[in-house]
Design a protein around this ligand. Sequence first.
Ligand code: QAP
Ligand code: CO
Length: 201
Amino acid sequence: MYLYIVMTSVVWCETLVREVRLNFACNSFNNQAFMAILTILYYPDPRLYQVAQPVAQVNATIRRLVNDMAETMYAAPGIGLAATQVDMHLQVMVIDISEDKNRLQVFINPKIVNSCGSQDYEEGCLSVPGIYENVTRAEKITVEALGADGKPFKLEAEGLLAVCIQHEIDHLKGKVFVEYLSQLKQARIKNKLKKRLRVTM
Ligand code: QAP
Ligand code: CO
């Protein structure tokens, strides 16, 4: 009888250990697999004016930020998102201008090393919902950055992609596209967003 109890408790113990191990394995796996939708700051939130710091090392924390930003951008949906917009003041931005939303471009520590021409584009911004205004920017740019793998790359861009890269790099410098507009338009946009915020709250 005593032996029986000892044996069942050993069996039970082993099952428990197996279960705990399984749970631990699951949780570690989930920590990697699950992504999160981050909260987007709305203009004129003062945190949008903070200047982003360069990334020292593209590690698991940065890759996780990239994944969460991509999920946030796709869910919105948007075509570009800078870390500043999710209150992370690091030089990280994600862009996907493809129709099928399957061409994610990641830029870490981006730098425009060349630009020429000019183009007008009606821009929007996830931090300025419902507002679309014309902005003049360079037509063609050459940008250097690190990818999600930490490897440096160089890219020549024009058209919408060039606009988007310039728009997102502005965010990293603490600049929102509405700052290119007249003071009157900026004031009107601020009022509109404040009113809308009051309605939804
Ligand atoms: C920046 O913007 C951009 O107002 C990315 O209600 C925009 O993804 C670069 C969005 C245009 C170049 C051209 C805006 C979603 C998305 C809104 C976006 C909205 C819902 C903006
Ligand atoms: Co924006």
